[in-house]
Design a protein around this ligand. Structure first.
Ligand SMILES: [Zn+2]
Length: 387
């Protein structure tokens, strides 16, 4: 049995929007799953195989990037970049979700080819976790000519995601709606490219098409890069019960508009975060942290709730067993503290003032996966991996 004990925790962020801060200074996980948390004196902390002294820092669920474009391993041809996933782990992200492996050179667009690549991509990330990071990949982009049997085949072969609708030849709502319906029937989640074209070759997806298609996630509701006009973003927030995904590589003004609209509508639980990297804008190892700080600062959301956009909300919207402090959930954590010399009395206050926190450690499935981040500003206090 593997037993993880994290003691001397300063505060626990839960990932739950309705109850974002939990009492307790200790978390225990058994065989990679959270078992219990609370006051050290009330818990059985004996027999730890992994022991972490948090030295007063915050522990929260690992962040989830809802929108990435991986290709293979820890390499992206998009910006000729190596180890971008390892760098992302240093930004506190422990789970990545593919919105399509669209940067694969020579990506097949014929139906048998795109199915084969989706299945292969699902496998190579299931079999290989770069630096321990969980990558949910194998997200085919729908093309004209696909039939219901194709979605059944994909699901039976282990595919659980669609890539962004609109990045392939299907650019009309009627066809997209039918295919998304087939995907859903077989348990495959869907997302859509909202807004103007991202790179030469892609096209405009407006609010009417997003609503008609009815994907589970409104991919980059703030554009990736070019956002829809404000009235269309407001219309999407009003009309849809799907996830409102706000991305780093989108329009930041539109991001704040989407957040404010969601809050006014009482729909903050639908807000989730992604980077949309690697992309033309590069890769963003700190992208999710930066979105949390930006949205907390400009959207007037307390930091402990803004963090929920980056883990708990995504977990719920995408049915993941990570991203929330809950018994039975994966023991995926980030340990973080206020950055040195950042304004604000606490880590949360400094984030709400628009500053990044300092990551001191990450844990995935109960195992320590990284120590002090090489990418965030240095934190006031650092956790210690005792054994
Ligand atoms: Zn896109």
């Amino acid at each position: 049995m593997k037993k993880l004990v994290i003691k001397n925790i300063g505060q626990i962020l839960s990932g739950k929007l309705e109850d974002p801060i939990f009492d307790g200074d200790c978390i225990i996980a058994i065989d990679g799953k959270i078992m219990e948390w609370g006051a050290n004196k009330d818990l059985d902390c004996e027999g730890a195989t992994t022991l972490i002294d948090a030295h007063g820092v915050t522990v929260m669920p690992g962040l989830i990037d809802s929108h990435i474009h991986p290709v293979i391993g820890d390499y992206t041809p998009r910006q000729q970049q190596l180890n971008w996933i390892d760098s992302t782990l240093h930004g506190g992200v422990t789970t990545l979700i593919s919105a399509g492996e669209v940067h694969m050179p020579g990506r097949p667009k014929d139906i048998v080819g795109l199915k084969a690549m989706a299945i292969a991509a699902q496998r190579w990330y299931e079999n290989f976790r770069p630096s321990g990071v969980k990558v949910h990949a194998g997200a085919p982009v729908i093309e004209h000519g696909m039939v219901e049997q194709d979605f059944k085949d994909l699901a039976e072969a282990g595919v659980t995601l669609l890539g962004e609708v609109g990045l392939g030849t299907v650019k009309d709502g009627k066809t997209a709606q039918q295919m998304v319906g087939w995907a859903r029937k077989y348990g495959i989640q869907s997302t859509i490219h909202t807004g103007g074209p991202s790179i030469p070759g892609s096209g405009l997806i407006d609010a009417d098409m997003v609503i008609e298609t009815g994907t589970d996630v409104i991919g980059h509701i703030n554009g990736g890069h070019s956002a829809l006009p404000d009235d269309q973003i407001i219309c999407l927030c009003e009309s849809c019960s799907s996830a409102f995904e706000i991305v780093h590589n989108g329009n930041e003004r539109s991001a704040v508009l989407a957040l404010n609209t969601a809050r006014e509508l009482g729909k903050l639980d639908q807000v989730i975060l992604g980077t949309d990297g690697p992309a033309g804008s590069g890769v963003q190892p700190l992208g999710i942290m930066r979105m949390v700080a930006m949205l907390s600062a400009f959207g007037n959301v307390p930091a402990e709730k803004a963090f929920c956009f980056g883990h708990g909300n995504t977990s719920r919207q995408r049915n993941l067993n990570t991203g929330i402090i809950e018994a039975g959930y994966a023991a995926d954590f980030v340990l973080l503290d206020k950055a040195q010399h950042a304004p604000g009395k606490t880590m949360l206050e400094s984030v709400q003032l628009g500053n990044l926190p300092g990551v001191g450690m990450t844990v995935i499935d109960g195992e320590v996966t990284s120590g002090r981040s090489r990418n965030t500003p240095p934190a006031d206090r650092l956790p210690e991996h005792i054994k």
